[in-house]
Design a protein around this ligand. Structure first.
Ligand SMILES: *Cc1c(COP(=O)(O)O)cnc(C)c1O
Length: 389
């Protein structure tokens, strides 16, 4: 099942993906993320087919590389931005303000005013104070109320931090209306890396209940923003984007009237599999002679791009040029002088027994949530380099 460092793809007999081929043909003097923009565009179209008719706003935070944003502008995507800087990145890539929504529920007032000045009219909120900010800085705007995700099976849950409880939603809608805002719909996020479409059902049921109550109370909702959550294949394999999206869309349509406009905000599901990181082993050691586990230290870690290994939540697939050698368990760690910089220890990682300093490792499905999670220079290690092909 494993690929080799020459770039053979994990999981399939299909030709070597372009980004893996590029890694195999090049050397790098620091950990480097290589992203294939054509693979992103392909996945965009696959998701669009599965989500038939839904508006797709790419969650910029997943990978804001200018070439990625440009490719998605050309493919016809909209964008979900969380800050002024992300909005500027979308505009620089050629997006118009009408294609951009400001989906962060925790916004800086000056950023709201900036967005409003540009003509961005779609915002998200989940609290009275945020509605007041919107009314002041972006009067008359459209607002989606974000609901707390009460049920999640996601590997990277987002549920507790964002959204209001269902029983608060109606009073927040009233507040928004009283403040002169236009409540256009509801939004939620099932949690990032929700591997199984079945995991959407409970959340969708809860959202549908709020939707029905809001209609009964006289709010004319027309937009349902189903957020992100579309998964990528890491150490375990998930359904292809089109069938996954089709499955989710079926569950949405079964619970909401046909005229409701659906919007989705995929991040990970669009870009993760289109990228891989070329990295290097710096040291292999044992802590005492009888140690069962080797410690394998890479030149990339928790603070240089692999933040999603926190709590071992995301388990990347890692390949080497020693695929035909016997493997053994190891603790995998980053290079920095912080003892939290350990990637996998609770569930040791199987790597070739012959692995040694200087060996290339390829970390797969790294197109999302890596480059922007790299610190600016902890211990003097440079932020993750990015090459978009
Ligand atoms: C991060 C985020 C997304 C993207 O989530 P993925 O799981 O990466 O698809 C979508 N919407 C909002 C509001 C987000 O914060």
């Amino acid at each position: 099942m494993n690929a080799d460092a020459a770039g053979h793809a994990p999981y399939s007999d299909t030709p070597i993906p372009r980004h893996l081929d590029y890694i195999a043909r090049n050397t790098f003097d620091q950990p480097t993320l290589v992203v294939d923009r054509s693979a992103i565009v392909e996945r965009y179209h696959a998701l669009a087919r599965g989500l038939s008719g839904a508006r797709i706003h790419y969650a910029v935070k997943a990978n804001p590389a200018p070439e990625v944003l440009q490719a998605l502008v050309q493919a016809g995507a909209g964008f979900d931005a969380a800050s002024r800087t992300e909005i500027e990145a979308c505009l620089a890539a050629g997006a118009t303000p009408a294609q951009i929504s400001f989906g962060n529920t925790i916004k800086r007032p000056a950023d709201i005013a900036y967005a409003h000045g540009l003509g961005i009219t779609h915002f998200a909120a989940d609290a009275v104070e945020e509605l007041e900010k919107l009314a002041e800085q972006a009067p008359g705007s459209n607002v989606c109320l974000r609901l707390l995700g009460l049920a999640t099976g996601a590997d990277w849950p987002l549920s507790r931090k964002f959204g209001c409880a269902p029983d608060m939603a109606l009073s927040l809608m009233q507040t928004a209306q009283d403040l002169g805002l236009h409540v256009e719909g509801l939004s939620f996020h099932v949690g990032s890396q929700t591997r199984d479409p079945e995991m959407w059902c409970e959340t969708l049921d809860q959202v549908a209940e709020v939707w029905t109550a809001a209609q009964a109370a006289g709010f004319d909702l027309r937009l349902l923003n189903i957020g992100g959550g579309f998964p990528a294949s890491y150490a375990s394999h998930v359904a292809d984007p089109e069938s996954y999206a089709r499955d989710v869309m079926g569950k949405v349509r079964a619970r909401f009237p046909d005229h409701v406009e659906i919007m989705a905000e995929p991040g990970r599901g669009l870009v993760a599999e289109a990228g891989a990181i070329a990295a290097e082993v710096l040291l292999v050691s044992r802590k005492h002679d009888a140690d069962l586990y080797r410690w394998v230290y890479l030149d990339i870690g928790m603070f240089s791009g692999l933040a999603e290994t926190m709590d071992e939540a995301i388990r990347y697939q890692i390949t080497t040029a020693r695929e035909h050698e016997a493997t053994g368990p190891c603790v995998l760690a980053g290079p920095s002088c912080d003892s939290a910089d350990v990637l996998y220890e609770k569930h040791p990682y199987q790597l070739p027994l012959g692995l040694k300093g200087g060996d290339r490792v390829v970390i797969h499905s790294c197109g999302a949530y890596t480059s922007t999670y790299a610190s600016v220079g902890f211990n003097g290690f440079p932020p993750l380099a990015v090459v978009v092909i």
